[in-house]
Design a protein around this ligand. Structure first.
Ligand code: GLU
Length: 561
């Protein structure tokens, strides 16, 4: 632990020193640590001692040396072109990285990826980048019941979108002969046996910690059954290959688990096979042969790690370093592949990118950028404690990315069109971006009437139409009457008039704003329809992605405020 702490402190001290071109400030370094790593808050004594050493070490370096060290330890922190964004959190160092790292992201092609997968993808990616390692994307497709041809494409799209540092892409279905050969070797080593027991019978024996009759077969008998299995002599359910583990193991799931099975149907879309390795076997063989040094995965895999260690032991292979992070509950969206599939079939969801889903495709459609997901996941880190996903943090990260890019437009929900009495014709010039005047303006031509959000004028006596002028609101029963009230911002302030969005009827397009809570019907500026596939900010409403532009309707997907 102390090692991790020292390295993190060193990085923040270097960052502080490089940023201010001076010796590092103890308070700022401590603040950076405690702010980004709550786990150290209860260890201030120990932290203070290490901090003292680290500060002295950094103070002794020259400016160039500090930069060079930061470049090695955390190059991202040196990039000056993103001053508005917060520095990325620095995660604990990994052990045993002296000879480099090879890591993997190993999704199943049972559907597209969702936010839960993004955590595994980005944590592994983070360390691959940090240690300049090799990243293997392994498509785990040895369960024909969970593979459909179109899923491969969906998955590859998602991997592309995530922007991982992909070193190679490996398909398990291309490696069947390797698994078969290693199963034979495991049998020869006395580590596995072919079992023809009925599943229920085996389970009863297993629960009583008893061996089934097949366990005592000779190696030759097992090899013979294995060959016949491969030759197609048996049908699904008749035979399986089991690893010899420990029948006394307190967890029955560890006892002689299965590593190969026959699947008669459906046929596999990529390979002509009937004998398939089970997850725990193919993963060990691949992790070893592909030279994987570190495996970061969820703690729901802890039991698998235990099972996998038996296989490593029989082959006398060194297992990689395993790290298991806690569960992440992601509220408010649907993640389950089967629920999504059913919803698509029933028409409850429009597709894999329906706004109610937590798939990356749905997130992307809302205008969330991959880098925001990356930052949110790195902020969550590798802690073993179960936590709840913070949408607020994802949105804040995304806002930092899209705010500088997004042009501003008006969107008027809950619309009403009203004349403004006594008003001169006027062209409003509204900035496309408040901080970047060089981008220019939208010209909105006022010719007597405006479209307004009805709820915003209710109960008001004056409102200011943004970038236009003030109007008095008089109420005669249900119907408001608007009158021109001059251009003075000062008067609007004095009257506590809210500044609201509006549209000239001649420049308004019908617009549906899709949100997870439901569709909002309204109007947007004509010019927003030229922003197809881009994120804009609808002023006072929020950041939204222009999703489609038809002759009579603009559809936008709401991201966040
Ligand atoms: N294909 C497995 C999954 O998606 C990989 C798990 C692992 O990291 O070993 O859960």
């Amino acid at each position: 632990m102390a090692d991790g702490l020292r390295e993190i402190l060193l990085i923040y001290a270097l960052e502080n020193a490089v940023k201010h071109k001076s010796v590092p400030k103890p308070g700022a370094v401590m603040g950076a640590l405690m702010g980004r790593h709550a786990e150290f808050r209860s260890r201030t004594g120990e932290v203070a001692a290490v901090l003292k050493e680290v500060l002295a070490e950094v103070a002794a370096l020259s400016t160039d040396e500090r930069e060079a060290r930061l470049q090695v330890l955390a190059p991202d922190l040196l990039r000056a072109e993103k001053p508005k964004q917060e520095a990325e959190r620095v995660l604990h160092a990994l052990e045993h990285t002296e000879e480099g790292v090879v890591m993997r992201f190993a999704p199943n092609p049972s559907g597209p990826l969702h936010l839960g997968h993004a955590r595994a993808a980005y944590l592994n990616d983070y360390y691959v980048r940090r240690y300049d390692g090799h990243y293997v994307i392994r498509i785990e497709d040895t369960d024909p019941r969970r593979v459909e041809p179109e899923n491969y494409g969906l998955l590859l799209d998602d991997i592309d979108w995530l922007g991982l540092k992909v070193g190679e892409i490996v398909y398990q279905s291309d490696r069947m002969d390797i698994y078969y050969e290693h199963c034979r070797r495991l049998i020869e080593l006395g580590g596995a046996y072919a079992c023809m027991c009925d599943a229920a019978y085996f389970r009863d024996l297993k629960l009583e910690k008893k061996a089934c009759p097949c366990r005592n077969q000779t190696i030759e008998e097992n090899l013979d059954l294995w060959d016949r299995m491969l030759e197609g002599e048996f049908c699904e359910g008749m035979i399986t290959v089991r690893v010899k583990t420990d029948l006394e193991h307190p967890d029955p799931a560890m006892r002689d688990f299965s590593i190969f099975r026959i699947v008669d149907a459906p046929p596999h879309p990529r390979v002509d096979a009937r004998v398939y390795p089970m997850y725990n076997f193919s993963v060990v063989v691949d992790d070893h042969l592909l030279g994987i040094t570190h495996v970061i995965r969820g703690k729901d895999h802890i039991a698998n790690t235990r099972r996998q260690r038996y296989i490593y032991e029989y082959f006398s292979w060194n297992p990689p370093v395993f790290k298991h992070y806690g569960r992440l509950s992601i509220g408010g969206v649907v993640l389950s592949t089967s629920a999504i599939k059913e919803g698509i079939v029933s028409g409850a969801y429009t597709g894999w990118d329906d706004i109610h889903l937590g798939t990356l495709k749905a997130i992307a459609r809302r205008g969330i950028e991959p880098d925001a997901v990356r930052k949110a996941m790195i902020d969550i880190g590798m802690g073993e404690t179960d936590i709840t996903f913070s949408w607020e943090n994802l949105f804040a990260q995304n806002k930092a990315i899209v705010d500088p890019k997004a042009n501003r437009y008006f969107f008027v929900p809950d619309a009403v069109m009203l004349p403004v009495a006594d008003a001169p014709a006027h062209i409003a010039e509204a900035a496309l971006h408040p901080n970047e005047p060089e981008r220019g303006v939208r010209r909105l031509l006022f010719e007597g009437s405006v479209i307004l959000p009805k709820g915003e004028i209710e109960g008001r006596t004056m409102v200011r139409l943004k970038d236009l002028f003030n109007v008095n609101v008089a109420w005669e029963g249900e119907r408001p009457a608007l009158t021109y009230a001059g251009e003075s911002l000062e008067e609007a302030r004095k009257a506590h008039a809210p500044i609201i969005q509006w549209l000239p009827p001649g420049q308004a397009r019908d617009c549906t704003l899709k949100t997870p809570e439901g569709d909002i019907e309204g109007y947007c500026e004509e010019a927003a329809s030229r922003e197809l596939n881009r994120v804009v900010q609808f002023e006072r409403v929020g950041f939204s992605r222009i999703d489609s532009v038809a002759v009579d309707l603009v559809t936008a997907y709401f991201a966040h405020r």
